[in-house]
Design a protein around this ligand. Structure first.
Ligand SMILES: Cc1ncc(COP(=O)(O)O)c(C=O)c1O
Length: 427
């Protein structure tokens, strides 16, 4: 292997022939591999099977979790999530299994009804905009697209969204109603917001009095190294800055216990919590409190969660290392044809290939039986203007399958790059 960017046309053609032959070998294997969605593998799901043996459904204070009541959640579950979110229990609502559905519900609430600080419901504005750090979580963008927000791309950096750009937008435009944030081990780069980013988000002046930070702490305890990254608490920072009603925080046990049967919670100012709970009344009498109780009995508290997460790490860290090592060995010698992130936690690695190559790489992989998240999926409207980003999810496949998938992916990156360089040489 040599630096592709320095190769002559003849050398590139020879490399293309070699890569095509390699690619064909993978094709002949009839593979069916998936590095698409960030799902825990079955081994990870097995870590929580003891929880399903819990059968005491009488909570503290004698509350029977099997019955209706306590829309805000079991008191012990509110205390449990308060510790994870860094709030008081009164500032927490514990709901069903999906934090995404809570985010959807709150966007819907702002749109239909407005928040405590809204001059009017968002739907009465001529235009509504939402700031979307990119690349980001595709399903966040799906929600704001569904409600008709104009989504504004904000480039992500290793310390969080480009804050100069964020401040400029929110200062000057009252129709900018919120921002999506995954502050710790972001989806998909695995970046962590710096203290400065958190404080600027809390302190910034916004033209909209009801600007909301959707603070999705989906990966807050999902460490992959000994360093247990912690950042300033957004609710505390917003209170200090005089904007207590700005943040809406979310987390869930989807990737602690079960994505299909975990527990989700949100944290916010008391004023927000009262407003949100009041508006939930027409929708639901109470959430699945039996599951809330099972989770608290099994995980106990934050310390218990962190202990449990070490077992996840033992399964996941070798998978992340394998993918990064393969990239290093197979891509680095080809010159600056790709770069990738090195997350200290979370569920994803971002792979940035040469401009104009991401779709081609995904296509080559798919034709060979390896499905990746669609190129562009991490951008609002599925539009990556550079066609360069791929979200890699190493968690689900078995280690040996992952090795094959990572090798194939590198062949596809190299082949797509050589094709692009040859096209450029021709034009
Ligand atoms: C950033 C982020 N938020 C939320 C979710 C989904 O969370 P839940 O299962 O609690 O709806 C995911 C799942 O991949 C995610 O990556």
């Amino acid at each position: 292997m040599a630096d592709y960017t320095r190769m002559s046309v003849e050398e590139l053609q020879a490399e293309q022939d070699l890569l095509r032959a390699e690619y064909q070998k993978f094709k002949n294997m009839g593979l069916s591999l998936n590095m698409d969605r960030g799902k825990p593998c079955p081994e990870q799901l097995d870590l929580s099977k003891e929880m399903l043996k819990m059968d005491n459904y009488i909570g503290e204070n004698g509350v029977d979790a099997r019955n209706y009541g306590l829309l805000e959640g079991m008191p012990e579950a509110r205390r449990f999530f308060a510790e994870l979110l860094g709030t008081t229990p009164e500032e927490v609502l514990v709901c069903g299994n999906s934090s995404l559905s809570m985010m959807y519900y709150l966007i819907d609430l702002g749109w239909r009804q407005g928040f405590v600080d809204s001059p009017r419901a968002w739907r009465h504005n001529n235009s509504i905009k939402f700031l979307c750090p990119v690349p980001g979580y595709d399903r966040h963008f799906r929600v704001t697209e569904y409600f008709g927000f104009q989504m504004i791309n904000i480039p992500m950096t290793p310390s969080g969204p480009d804050m100069d750009m964020v401040e400029e937008w929110v200062r000057s435009d009252e129709s900018v109603k919120g921002i999506w944030c995954v502050p710790v081990y972001s989806n998909p780069d695995g970046y962590v917001y710096s203290d400065e980013t958190v404080r600027r988000l809390a302190q910034m002046t916004t033209a909209a009095p009801d600007f909301k930070i959707f603070w999705d702490d989906a990966y807050v305890v999902h460490h992959l190294t000994d360093e247990q990254v912690e950042i300033p608490n957004i609710l505390d920072e917003c209170k200090v800055a005089g904007h207590p009603d700005r943040p809406l925080m979310f987390c869930s046990t989807s990737k602690i216990t079960y994505p299909g049967a975990g527990v989700a919670a949100m944290g916010a100012s008391l004023r927000n919590i009262h407003h949100i709970a009041k508006n939930m009344v027409p929708m639901i009498i109470s959430y699945d409190k039996m599951n809330q109780l099972r989770h608290v009995q099994f995980l106990k508290n934050k310390e218990g969660v962190l202990e449990h997460m070490k077992k996840h790490r033992a399964i996941l860290q070798p998978k992340f290392d394998l993918v990064k090592d393969t990239f290093k060995n197979e891509l680095e010698p080809c010159g600056k044809i790709a770069r990738w992130t090195n997350p200290k936690g979370g569920y994803f690695i971002s792979l940035y290939v040469m401009q104009g190559c991401a779709k081609r790489v995904a296509q080559l992989c798919s034709d060979c039986g390896l499905s990746l998240t669609g190129a562009g999926a991490s951008y609002p409207y599925g539009l990556d203007s550079r066609d360069s980003h791929l979200r890699i999810a190493p968690t689900y496949p078995k280690l040996d399958e992952l090795g094959t998938a990572a090798q194939l992916l590198c062949i596809c990156v190299r082949l797509a790059t050589v094709e692009k360089l040859l096209q450029r040489a021709e034009s």
